[in-house]
Design a binder for this molecule. Sequence first.
Ligand SMILES: NC(=O)c1ccc[n+]([C@@H]2O[C@H](COP(=O)([O-])OP(=O)(O)OC[C@H]3O[C@@H](n4cnc5c(N)ncnc54)[C@H](OP(=O)(O)O)[C@@H]3O)[C@@H](O)[C@H]2O)c1
Length: 260
Amino acid sequence: MTRILVTGATGNVGAHVVRELRAHGADVRAFSRAVGDFDDPASLRRAFDGVDRVYLCAADGPAKVRHETAVIDAAAEHGVDRIVKLSAQHADRASDVPAYGWHGEIEAHLHRSGVPAVVLRPAFFMTNLLMVTASGTLPSPTAGRRVAMIDIRDVAAVAAVTLLEDGHTGRTYDLTGPAAITFAEAADALSVRFLDLTEEQARPRFENAGLPDWLAAQLAGVFALIRAGGFERVTDHVRTITGRPARDINDFAASLAPAN
Ligand SMILES: NC(=O)c1ccc[n+]([C@@H]2O[C@H](COP(=O)([O-])OP(=O)(O)OC[C@H]3O[C@@H](n4cnc5c(N)ncnc54)[C@H](OP(=O)(O)O)[C@@H]3O)[C@@H](O)[C@H]2O)c1
């Protein structure tokens, strides 16, 4: 049976990838800091023993390129026949939005490695909204622009299918939800108050939030792209790849409701 190594297996998306793959009856090996370290080559070698395919995702941060290229190199050494890489829309080595620059570099390394690959470039995750709605408001420096935000369960479902099914290697898929919506609509679905902010009003929130510099730059960059309409395009890949429609913001909100 094909054995699949899931890196970032305890992460937001990775945990769902493990669940999806197991639901398909796949042979899954989960990799996180509980069992190894991207910076520890011996732990990577152990993890790769007998592995055919890899889901690739390390945490965002300055170590990301080093971590993911180490996995790609180990995969090439072990003759892995497919990597499904979680990237991001707007991935570009030249980007000054930190994570998009890192993804661009990793994608380039992946293509150079010669390992057959599928690149998933999701739009804005709906779960991002939860980082700010805890206060009961959704601050939104989006200038009323729409975002084709996606539920991470759909990202994971696409990852599982492209790991298991043939016919996807060599492809890069921009993944989105079923519609581009405003943050006001998202606030409504999540039953929180919408707080319209200008870029000037939002900037100190990013700069004074005690975030690492790269994360403050990431958030500022993402909202600048949103205001430029960079997340408005809707694609149909979730439906065509998984065979069912992408979840919308109401499905996402329902998934947060406490079970009765
Ligand atoms: N947020 C968005 O809107 C958005 C949109 C598009 C793309 N993305 C991309 O999605 C990715 C993040 O996915 P995610 O949220 O699922 O990831 P995540 O929750 O940050 O998970 C990171 C995973 O990496 C593991 N990890 C961290 N350091 C490690 C190390 N040294 N050795 C081994 N494992 C290590 C963590 O394991 P432990 O649990 O053991 O720490 C965890 O399983 C990023 O690349 C981001 O750019 C995000």
